[in-house]
Design a protein around this ligand. Sequence first.
Ligand code: SF4
Length: 461
Amino acid sequence: MSTTILEERKSQIHRAGAGPIDLACNRESLAGAVSQRACVFCGSRVVLYPIADALHLVHGPIGCAAYTWDIRGALSSGPELHRLSFSTDLRERDVIFGGERKLAAALEELVQRHRPKAAFVYSTCIVGLIGDDLKAVCRAAAARTGIPVIAVQSEGFKGNKRAGYLAACKAMFELVGTGDTAGIDPASVNIFGDFNLAGETWIIRDYLRRMGVEVVANVTGDGRVDDIRRCHGAALNLVQCSGATLELARMMQEKYGTSYLRVSYVGIEDMADSLYRTAEFFQNSDPGILVRTQALVRSELVKILPELSRLRRDLEGRKAAVYVGGAFKAFSLIKAFRHLGMQVAIVGSQTGTPEDYEELAAISDPGTIIVDDANPLELSEFIKEKGVDIFVGGIKERPIAYKLGIGFCDHNHERKIAMEGFVGMLNFGLEVHRSVTSPVWRFMPRRAADSADRSKEVEAC
Ligand code: SF4
């Protein structure tokens, strides 16, 4: 392993096939290693942000709010209050004398002005340090305004991004169970862990509608406070992005007995598998659901398979690197790339668990580098070593790819093209094809040298 890899980081890197995987993961980032991870506050913010009719107030310095301003760009079919970001803009004076009065005044003014269905108040590092009693201020504001005002205990320093997911789940759990469940169909689900960045939640809702399944709440893409309040009336929770919302599903199972399934809507196999498992869950009460689901999957596949075969002809043998927030997406992306004839040579996540990495090792090709909580230097080193053609990641990975002269595919906050569902697989294939086969990479010095080497090898053959 190269000298770029710090000694203390080596236990978080594994090569598939090199013995059993025992990755040190789900722990604090190494100080000074410049982790790609976000803080606890950001973790909770990204989960709750798409709840479109709620007020999102960041109690902290303006930098915390700016950092997560409109962070997901999640689409809403109605109100768009979520796209405004509010901050109490704590200054030195507030740090010395406390920020509770400022917070109470901000809540009063914002609720009056925007009439939200609920308010989420996010705690940041400095609030944890000065000890503002967020819960007390929120309780008083709820009593005054008559709407739920929920403290999100997301002090940035108190753990890693996963702790932020948990804080978000705890905040939402305060809403669950407070709404009327009358009229909910027995064949009903909640969509957990899809954030509707480019309309994906709408695609999945349409599939479920065609199967005859009612969706009670989107948690949280295109989310609504009133839906979340009554979502305990659904028969099943479909949990995608397990890191972000699995804890909420567990809490609901414990308190309301709601079953959950872990699903993924990325790629052909996982999309179809998620629909079939949902259908099986309801087939006792609705014997026709399996047939309807088969017809749905067939009709969607017929539309995309010929085009995918065409893309595969150009992409066969190319390599990809995948670095994502939660590991669930990585599983699906490995399979999706196989459909395109490509191999994932590097795969990693910010928040994977030991079980996630075991599964990744099991489905990866021998030699694949598996990495937890990586940093830019490591990722650059791996990309150069493996000679990958495209990097799939989020906003923080994009500059790494471009600096190294390889294609990039945004599978995170910034994308504007739906990449879930069957149609999403085709969109993904088209984007990968466009990026990987673009002639622009020939003009990058490193890639040009690689191409020249490859030509020599071909001539030698
Ligand atoms: S909560 Fe803390 S770590 Fe997160 S953005 Fe604010 S200051 Fe930075």
